[in-house]
Ligand binder design. Sequence first.
Ligand code: GLU
Length: 363
Amino acid sequence: MSRFKRITIKVGSNVLTRSDGKLDVSRMSALVDQIAELHKQGVEIILVSSGAVASGKSEIHAKSKLDAISSRQLYSAVGQAKLINRYYDFFKEHGIACGQVLTTKESLGTRRHYLNQKNCMRVMLDNNVIPVMNENDTIAVTELMFTDNDELSGMIATMMDAEALILLSNIDGIYAGSPEDPGSEVIKIIHPDQQDLSEYIRTDTSSFGRGGMLTKYRIARKVANEGIEVIIANGKKENILMELLADDAVVCTRFLPSSKEISGVKKWISHSDSFAKGKIYVNAGAKIALLGAKASSLLPIGVIAVEGVFEKDDIVKIFDDSDNQLGLGRIGFNSEKVADMIGKKGKKPIIHYDYLYLEQNEE
Ligand code: GLU
C-alpha cells in the first residue's frame, strides 16, 4: 500500500521515448498499469507527462527547415494528440477516465488564474478522473515557457497539496559526480537542512527533454522545503512506482520534507519567480528585519529603488543593495505609487508579511 494519499508523478520525455526517438508504448502502458493500481487503492494521482514534442517528431516530417518555435509547435500539436490518445486508451482498459490539462505559465501567473487551475484539477480528482498535464507547447513561446516539466510538476504538487512528488527520468537519481563515472553513487537521502549540493551535480541536459539534473535538484529542494517528499527515480525500471511507494530499498534520491508549515499563498508566491513583473531593492536595515526571526512586512522606508511596471497584487522580486535576490512578494501598490513611497516613513507595508516569501527564511 502507498504511504501517500495524493501524489504528483512527472514522467520525463526520456522515459517515454525509445532510442530511435519513437514513443515507447510498452513503457507507457506499464506506467499506466501501476498508476491504475494506485488509483484503485484510493491514491489521488496527478500525472504530468512530457513526451509531446518527442513523439510528434517521430510522427511527422516538416516540409522545410523550421525554426525552434515553429518546430516545437508543429511536433507538440501532433505529439500531444498521440500521447493523450494512448493514455486515454490505456486508462480505459482499467475502467479509469483520464483528462487532458494543458497549461501555460501565464495561466498560473495571477492568483485568480492559479486558483482556477487548482479548481479544475480538484473537480477532476473529486470525480475520479486522472489529470494528465503538460505544458501547452503550441502556444508557450520561449520567454513565457516553464524551464521544463519539472518546474511545472513542482508547482502542481504544491498547488494540489500533494504529499509526494515523483520525478521519473532515465537515471536512478542524483549522483554525487557524473553518472557515467563508475565511482559516483546515487545520493539516497537529502535532508531539508542539508547543505546545498548543486556544485556536485552535472549540468548537461538529457537528449529528448528540456530539463536537467540541476533543475530537478533545485525544484526538489524547494518543494521538499514546502513539506512535500520528492523522489527522483528511474522511470525505465520495471514496477518502479510500486516499489518506490512500498518503500522497498529501490535506488533513488529522496528529498525528505521539511516539517515547517507554509501557507497556500506563500507556496504560490514561492513558485512565481518567473511571473515577477518588477524588482524592489531594499536597504541593509530592511534586509535585517525581513530575514530576522520576527515576522516583518516590507515598509516603504526600507525601499531604495524600484524597477519595472506593475499593478497592485503583481509578483515582484526583492533584492538587497548588492543585487542578491532575497525573495518574492505580492505587491500592495502599483509601480507608480511604490516609486512615490520610496524611503518614506509611517506608510502601509509595500508587501505584507503574509504575501512575502524569503528564500533564506524558508530553508
Ligand atoms: N512539454 C514538453 C513535451 O511534452 C516537455 C518539456 C520537458 O522536457 O520538460 O514534449
